[in-house]
Design a protein around this ligand. Structure first.
Ligand SMILES: CC(C)(COP(=O)(O)OP(=O)(O)OC[C@H]1O[C@@H](n2cnc3c(N)ncnc32)[C@H](O)[C@@H]1OP(=O)(O)O)[C@@H](O)C(=O)NCCC(=O)NCCS
Length: 151
């Protein structure tokens, strides 16, 4: 199954094709309009994972001067625990490593989101900070960084 996954740059057409299932089958983290603005932002880069032409995951980054920031990685609910999140993360890391002057990748993750924290730890990210109430009351964010100098 993993071998049949195709990774592509995400387009507005891709977003439109999952618009109706974005909330139920992925996760309700951004609404369509915010996501569309993200795709149009020149400092953002999003990828999709397709299986038999169906989008099963997506993930993206923002680029700043010497760091990139992973904004999200979301795998379709029925396709989790199959290695697809790892494929997306590996691609985002590869993209980061290929951009000149980028030293690290940073992200925030809810401190209760064990699947995501484990995924990032598995790829060498380290917990470097905590933002209290970042996502709301008692919803703290852990800041995690992958330093290219360390790998
Ligand atoms: C986090 C997420 C992207 C992981 O995607 P996935 O395709 O299920 O992950 P993979 O199958 O590639 O698993 C990779 C590693 O992640 C960790 N992991 C994934 N699911 C897990 C779970 N339910 N419980 C604990 N660890 C888990 C494990 O370390 C796993 O490695 P292993 O298989 O060797 O144990 C997916 O759960 C998701 O879409 N969650 C909702 C959106 C979200 O919270 N995204 C992160 C916000 S930035």
């Amino acid at each position: 199954m993993k071998n049949n996954i195709i990774i592509d740059k995400m387009s507005i057409d891709d977003l439109d094709s999952i618009k109706s299932v974005l909330q139920d089958e992925f996760d309700d983290f951004w609404n369509y309009n915010v996501f569309k603005e993200e795709l149009e932002n020149e400092n953002s880069y999003y990828i999709v994972a397709k299986l038999e032409n169906n989008i099963v995951a997506f993930g993206g980054i923002w680029k700043s001067v010497d760091d990139i920031h992973i904004t999200n990685i979301v795998v379709r609910k029925n396709f989790r625990k199959l290695g697809i999140g790892s494929i997306i993360l590996e691609h985002l890391i590869k993209i980061g490593r290929n951009i000149k002057n980028i030293q690290s990748i940073t992200l925030e993750v809810n401190d209760k989101n064990i699947p995501a924290i484990n995924l990032y730890l598995k790829y060498g990210f380290e917990k470097v900070g905590l933002r209290k109430n970042y996502y709301g009351l008692d919803q703290n964010a852990i800041i995690m960084t992958l330093n290219f100098n360390n790998i």
